[in-house]
Ligand binder design. Structure first.
Ligand SMILES: [Zn+2]
Length: 169
């Protein structure tokens, strides 16, 4: 099996996993590349919609409900700036008090507030909403399984679109 990312075919490890969230039990083979470490789904189903019903967790989280308090939003701005960029002393203190491992997982990517970020399969876009709240301006979310394109008052747009429909680099 060949890695779709780096083309390596030596020493790659297959992993079999079953869908358990909805109890469908469907079996999927993933490949772990021995060179680049990418774990990738082999032979994705043509129609993945049954795995992303409207009740799927990332559609159910509404960022507007999370960012509904002006003072907390300011605190989150500092905390999330530190979590992603390691900048902001106040943000560091807030992060120690109120950690968020998911947004912190972006820290190793080296993104800055000037980075262009595309979140593929972002659901309602709550992670991008956090980034926009923290001052990131060139972000875009796409998800083919949301009901319709979403435009939030803070300027964030989540398009009902697949990655194959995105223009540009
Ligand atoms: Zn690879």
């Amino acid at each position: 099996m060949i890695c779709k990312i780096c083309g390596n075919s030596e020493g790659n490890q297959p992993h079999i996993a079953r869908e358990m969230m909805f109890g469908l039990g469907d079996s999927f083979t993933y490949l772990e590349c021995s060179r680049c470490g990418c774990v990738q789904l082999q032979d994705p189903p043509a129609d993945m919609s049954k795995y992303y019903p409207p009740t799927y967790y990332s559609f159910a989280i509404t960022p507007v409900a999370i960012f509904n308090h002006p003072v907390k939003n300011i605190a989150k701005r500092f905390r999330d700036t530190y979590a992603v960029t390691n900048r902001s002393s106040l943000g560091k203190v807030l992060y120690v008090l109120f950690p968020d491992m998911l947004i912190r997982s972006l820290a190793h990517t080296g993104v800055t507030k000037r980075s262009r970020i595309l979140d593929v399969g972002c659901g309602s876009g709550w992670l991008l909403y956090s980034l926009v709240n923290a001052g990131f301006r060139t972000v875009l979310g796409i998800d083919p399984y949301i009901d319709a394109t979403i435009t939030y008052k803070n300027g964030l747009t989540i398009r009902k679109q697949s990655i194959h429909e995105v223009d540009g680099e």
